[in-house]
Write a new protein. Structure first.
Length: 167
């Protein structure tokens, strides 16, 4: 049992850590940025905070059920930001993760706040941030608290990223 637990913990750490884009993917031709994996599930967005550099990529992997992610603004939780990213709604009925990822380029190190837009999950606190401010002026905890009181989630359309096969 010890070996199995150690193996599982090692695999979990490896999946959560940023990694270089693997050879042979269509993203490799774009640049040498680091790929950060974010998992979007019925239970939340993991990890809720990602620290990325300009030129990195965020690969959103979708779990079982109906899932999507939409970029919003800090001051207006659960509201789509017109110039931000938005994935399509992904309905996945199998165990594990959907066979495609939604890929978003990181153009700079400015904060990018986003949320899960399906089934009022944003209003249940399913929010996250890429590059939270280091000065503490805007926090994920505050964004999440305000999301719980936010008005109805607005409609959105896919933009600002693209679906790729998860090789």
């Amino acid at each position: 049992m010890r070996f199995s637990l150690l193996t599982l913990l090692s695999a979990t750490a490896a999946l959560a850590a940023p990694s270089q884009v693997s050879e042979g993917t269509s993203l490799e031709a774009r640049n040498d940025g680091v790929t950060h994996f974010v998992y979007v599930t019925e239970n939340g967005i993991f990890p809720p905070e990602v620290h990325a550099n300009e030129g990195d990529f965020i690969w959103f992997r979708f779990g079982y059920g109906l899932n999507s992610i939409v970029e919003g603004e800090y001051e207006q939780p659960c509201q789509s930001y017109g110039n931000g990213f938005a994935s399509p709604s992904i309905y996945h009925t199998n165990s594990g993760y959907y066979h495609q990822v939604f890929v978003v380029d990181v153009p700079n190190t400015e904060p990018r706040w986003y949320y899960s837009s399906e089934d009022s999950r944003c209003k249940k606190g399913h929010v996250a941030v890429i590059n939270p401010p280091s000065d503490g002026s805007q926090t994920l905890a505050n964004y999440q608290a305000r999301a719980l009181r936010a008005p109805r989630v607005m409609e959105f359309s896919e933009r600002g990223g693209q679906m790729e096969n998860d090789n």
